[in-house]
Design a protein around this ligand. Structure first.
Ligand SMILES: Cc1ncc(COP(=O)(O)O)c(C=O)c1O
Length: 481
């Protein structure tokens, strides 16, 4: 019998030795260098290559067949990108300013994330879950909990495999805390995910068509900047009416501090303070849905920028973190059995998620003078100049209360919006298609008025990138108008 010499060190595990192995390291570095070499070929938008069109058409046909419905855009990535630029299978290169609705903070093919992902992929587990996990799952949760605890009472973190599941966990935690109180207070135009429950809380009729409605939701109007203090007074009045009408029957007040799908609507601190004070007085838990805002505003958690941490009982996050989570205070820590699930996230998702979080924390992104704030300022400067140059494309916008506004450039941080054509749905749909063809991928938000929505890859988008983007916009707008 032959014996092999073990590589086990007296002070570390075989796993730790494998991950520190110089041969593994060299192999990863060599893959990274090849990826970077390929990426350098993408330096700006490019039209499709005629000889590749057939392959795109055939892929789209297959996608339509398997799903039973065609995709929104003829988008199919080739697997290579360079920051905000992505190559599609038809050989076209486009500026991706929506990133799968805000998922890819560092854009396409970020070398650090590719490296982190490869390191994660040599781990023994592809997927980690509530029964079986490695150190990275704990580090991921700890990072979020520590970051949240700096400015709030939040303490614990439960990891989930989607933003919607994080929201499901949050709702359960709130319900258990209030002894199963049946009603939910939410804001008009909110979005929360696609489970049967979240589709019912979300304020879009089309997303709950044909669903048996069994969730009791009371809606509050969101802040209207045209009304200012009156808007605060009006929403507070609505909340007080609800509290009076259904005493002790609400399990939570759920808020997006910047509404995402609802139209990148922002509100000042005073708006939330007035409502949160009233809710707290009535014993209604406050749940902050940061699935879209997390990482993108002037602080990692949006509640920190607005100095609202003291009010938050539960918060949910997702998207840019690659794995999602529900965080809650010690007081809201639920009983055993309420939260679990087979999958939390893949090991690569934890590795890349941690890499994203560490870079965001140390990369100068936050604060009034941080990179995110500067990027929004650069966007606004370009957008304002664009509007001034083409006033005919930007008539005043009438909101759902019938009020007219001249504000057509808005949003906050890495959530940027533009409202052309009076917010007309059909025209904006046509514009999005033209933009896609011309080399800019964007999306819409709002429920009337509709807006152009940009969630650019804030980690890699530079102020000067808006130059070529607005050049393309010029062409697409002219074709649409
Ligand atoms: C505010 C908000 N909450 C929840 C969700 C649902 O997240 P997911 O699509 O990961 O389930 C989203 C997704 O866009 C969102 O924007």
């Amino acid at each position: 019998m032959t014996t092999t010499t073990s590589a086990v060190s007296p002070t570390s595990t075989i796993g730790a030795s494998l991950h520190a192995n110089p041969a593994v390291d060299a192999a990863i570095k060599s893959i990274r260098a090849e990826v970077e070499r390929a990426q350098r070929e993408l330096s700006g938008a490019r039209p499709p290559r005629a000889e590749l069109k057939e392959s795109l058409d055939s892929w789209l046909k297959r996608a339509t067949e398997v799903r039973g419905r065609g995709p929104l855009y003829p988008y199919l990535g080739s697997g290579v990108g360079n920051g905000p630029l992505v190559e599609l299978v038809d050989g076209s290169v486009k500026w991706d300013l929506i990133n799968g609705i805000g998922v890819h903070m560092f854009g396409h093919g970020d070398a650090d994330l590719i490296e982190a992902s490869i390191r994660g992929s040599i781990s023994d587990l592809v997927m980690q879950g509530n029964l079986q996990y490695n150190a990275d799952a704990i580090e991921f949760g700890e990072f979020l909990a520590n970051e949240a605890a700096r400015t709030s009472r939040l303490k614990h973190c439960f990891i989930t495999n989607s933003g919607c599941m994080a929201n499901e966990a949050a709702l359960k935690v709130c319900q258990q805390k209030t002894g199963g109180a049946p009603r939910i207070i939410a804001f008009a135009d909110c979005f929360m995910g696609r489970s049967t429950t979240m589709s019912q809380i979300g304020d879009t009729a089309a997303y709950r068509q044909g669903i048996a409605l069994n969730i009791l939701v009371d809606y509050l109007p969101f802040y209207d900047p045209e009304m200012g203090q009156r808007s605060i007074d009006m929403t507070l009045w609505h909340l007080e009416q609800l509290i009076h009408r259904y005493p002790g029957e609400h399990c939570c007040l759920i808020a997006e501090l910047v509404q995402g799908e609802g139209g990148f609507n922002t509100a000042p601190r005073e708006f939330f303070v007035a409502l949160f004070e009233a809710a707290r007085k009535a014993g209604i838990p406050i749940w902050d849905d940061e699935v879209q805002t997390f990482g993108r505003t002037e602080s990692m958690f949006c509640f920190e920028r607005l100095n609202l941490g003291e009010y938050i009982d539960v918060v949910t996050i997702g998207k840019i973190t690659q794995a999602c989570a529900c965080l809650y205070t010690a007081d809201f820590n639920p009983k055993a059995g309420l939260l679990s699930g087979t999958f939390a996230a893949s090991t690569s998702a934890f590795a890349t998620g941690l890499s994203v979080l560490r870079r965001l924390k140390s990369g100068g992104y936050y604060g009034a003078d941080g990179r995110i704030s500067k990027l929004f300022a650069a966007y606004k400067e370009h957008a304002d100049a664009f509007v001034a140059k083409h006033p005919a494309w930007f008539p005043p916008v009438t909101n759902s209360l019938g009020r007219t506004s001249k504000t057509v450039v808005a949003g906050h941080g890495g959530m940027m919006r533009l409202t052309p054509f009076g917010g007309n749905k059909e025209k904006i749909g046509k514009l999005l298609n033209n933009l896609f063809e011309d080399g800019v991928i964007a999306f819409s938000c709002g429920h009337g008025p509709y807006h152009l929505r940009f969630l650019p890859p804030v980690g890699v988008m530079k102020p000067e990138h808006f130059g070529p983007v607005f050049e393309i916009m010029e062409k697409s707008f002219a074709r649409t108008a």
